[in-house]
Every structure is written in structure tokens, then in C-alpha cells.
Design a protein around this ligand. Structure first.
Ligand code: PHE
Length: 332
């Protein structure tokens, strides 16, 4: 009986459900102490037997209820610990997720669209298949113009082609909308080219602003694009270089101080300290004449999305954007 009492008092100091079950087996199991005591009742008789039986039953009751209470307590603790462990901490970073923010090109494209649409530029959709009129002639690049050789074109029959730049959207906008026009157009363009900095398909953003004559001028272009470059690249210096495009006059290209070496000179900027990022200019009056619009002035610009994404994501092979390698996506 002493051992049984000792086992009963052990219940209170038990801390695990396994320990508790062990105690129960020691007492109430098939070979448990109490079971043995009960079976020994056979050898007793009369008053002694009755007293012993009562004593054992009282003990059994005490043990069972103490055991049940303790079991409940330990089960509650276990449940609480489990709930605590499983509790979702919304403030935790998703370091275990393998999701990326999307393809670097889509991300770059979305950032550009968001910036310009907030400035009131309307997003125009353009067609990928154009004809020579929209891609070249209307943009002041007639059949004999040497600028037509600058772009190696994928031709279909009947003067149809895969657009070599997004500038044909300027012509569609001028034909379909009365100035003032303030639009951007974004999408794929195609040229026969393939090396570390050229792919047959790449993406451009076209911008066009047109209003009554002299309402828009080169100063506006400079301001809008410099603000954009600072928004996009942060603290960089912007340099303007005069350039030539048949559809803009005057024309200018913008460079930013190299984002890799901060202008000190490195391999990426060919040790010049500068990176070319966009082409632009005031719309050539010949373009307006070609579509029969008069008394207006405007400016246009063109950006390469891959170029901007390469610079912000520090990717040095343009082709890797199109190789669907998950490791590249996961890097962002
Ligand atoms: N279309 C030109 C190109 O593909 C870029 C450009 C657009 C330049 C608009 C000036 C104005 O290179």
C-alpha cells in the first residue's frame, strides 16, 4: 500500500503525458500493483477482506480522479504549446518563399508605365505588324533613306513587316487624335540581331507630346525626361548629346552617369563613365506634314526596356531575360 501511495503522489510532479501513462500502467495495468492487490483479495476472508477491498476501491477512486485531472492539465499544456508553435506571425519576412517579384522586364515596364501615366500620358496599344508607311515612310525615312539600313527588318509580303521600333504608334496617334496628344506606347519590337546586347525581339517605350505650335518645346522634353531618369535611377547625373533621328529635329540622346562605377569608368560603361539610355527630339515637321497635321509642335522619346532593366538589375547578358531560367527570376 505504501508503494501505491508513493505512485499516487508522483502524479503531481509528472510533467509529461508519457510519464503519466507510465504511472497508470504501474498501478492499473494488467500487471499493475493495484490489479495484483485486487487479485490477492481472493486469499482473504470475511471482515479483513471487506476492509481491504474498501481500502483498495477508495485508493482506485483517488488515483483515477487525480490521474484524470493531471491528464487534462497536461493535455491543455500540450495543446497550448502546439497552438503557440503554429501561430502565424504576419510580421515575419517570407524568406522561405521562392516567389520573385515577377520578370525583371515586366517589373521595369510597369514602373515606366506607372510613372508616365501618373503624369497624364495615355497608354496607347500598338500593332506588332505594321507596313512600311507607318514604320518608315511617315517617319521621314523614305525608301532611299540611308536610315532604313540602320534597322535590319523582318519583312512579310506586301510591304508588311514586324515593327522595328515603337515609333509607328506616333503616326497612329496623330491620325486618330486631335492635339493635344500626350501618350506612351509600350511593347515588343523586332530586328535581325543576336548577341550579348541584342535579341531579335526586344521592348521599347515610345512617348509623344503634341500641342498647338510652340506650346511644347525641347525644354519640356528635357525636364520630363530628366525627372524620369532621376525617379528611375536615383541620384545620377544626366548628360545630353545631340544626335540624329529622321523623325525628330533637333534630336538628342541622354546618358546617365554609370550606375556601376558612379562615373569613374568601368567595363560596363566602356570606361567613359556614361551610359546611353534614351533617344529623343522635337517631332520633325516633315512627320506632321506626312499625316496632314499642321500648326502643331511636339516632342518624342524612345526607351529600351531591356536596357533599363539590365542597368537596374545588374544583368550583363540581354539574352538571359528570355531564357526562362528560374534561377534568374529567383534572384529578384
Ligand atoms: N525609334 C528610335 C529607335 O528605335 C528611338 C526614338 C524614339 C528616338 C522617339 C527619338 C524619338 O532608336
Amino acid at each position: 500500500m505504501q508503494t501505491l501511495q508513493a505512485l499516487l503522489t508522483q502524479i503531481s510532479s509528472t510533467t509529461t503525458l508519457e510519464g503519466l501513462e507510465n504511472l497508470r500502467l504501474q498501478v492499473l495495468g494488467k500487471k499493475g500493483l493495484l490489479t495484483q492487490e485486487f487479485s490477492q483479495l481472493k486469499s482473504l476472508e470475511g471482515q479483513v477482506k471487506a476492509q481491504k477491498a474498501q481500502e483498495l476501491n477508495q485508493f482506485k477512486e483517488a488515483f483515477t480522479s487525480t490521474h484524470a485531472l493531471k491528464k487534462q492539465e497536461l493535455q491543455n499544456l500540450a495543446l497550448e504549446a502546439k497552438l503557440c508553435a503554429q501561430k502565424i506571425d504576419w510580421s515575419l519576412a517570407h524568406t522561405h518563399l521562392r516567389a520573385s517579384f515577377g520578370h525583371p522586364l515586366s517589373h521595369t515596364k510597369d514602373r515606366i508605365i506607372e510613372y508616365f501615366t501618373q503624369l497624364g500620358f495615355k497608354l496607347h496599344l500598338g500593332a506588332l505588324i505594321e507596313d512600311e508607311f507607318y514604320n518608315f515612310d511617315a517617319l521621314n525615312m523614305p525608301a532611299y533613306h540611308p536610315a532604313r539600313d540602320m534597322q535590319d527588318t523582318f519583312y512579310f509580303q506586301d510591304r508588311k513587316l514586324l515593327r522595328t521600333h515603337t515609333s509607328p504608334t506616333q503616326i497612329h496617334a496623330l491620325q486618330h487624335q486631335e492635339p493635344p496628344i500626350k501618350m506612351i506606347s509600350v511593347g515588343p519590337t523586332f530586328r535581325r540581331d543576336y548577341d550579348t546586347t541584342h535579341t531579335p525581339m526586344f521592348h521599347q517605350v515610345e512617348g509623344l507630346v503634341v500641342d498647338r505650335a510652340r506650346r511644347v518645346h525641347f525644354g519640356h522634353l528635357k525636364q520630363v525626361l530628366e525627372d524620369f531618369l532621376h525617379h528611375f535611377f536615383g541620384d545620377v547625373r544626366v548628360r545630353w548629346r545631340s544626335s540624329f533621328f529622321p523623325f525628330t529635329e533637333p534630336s538628342a540622346e541622354a546618358d546617365i552617369s554609370c550606375v556601376f562605377c558612379e562615373g569613374r569608368g568601368c567595363r560596363v560603361c566602356a570606361h567613359t563613365g556614361w551610359l546611353e539610355v534614351l533617344g529623343s527630339g522635337c517631332v520633325n515637321q516633315r512627320v506632321f506634314e506626312n499625316v496632314g497635321v499642321c500648326g502643331v509642335s511636339g516632342y518624342a522619346f524612345g526607351l529600351g526596356i531591356e536596357r533599363l532593366a539590365m542597368l537596374t538589375c545588374e544583368i550583363n547578358d540581354l539574352r538571359s531575360f528570355f531564357e526562362t531560367d528560374l534561377r534568374l527570376l529567383e534572384a529578384f
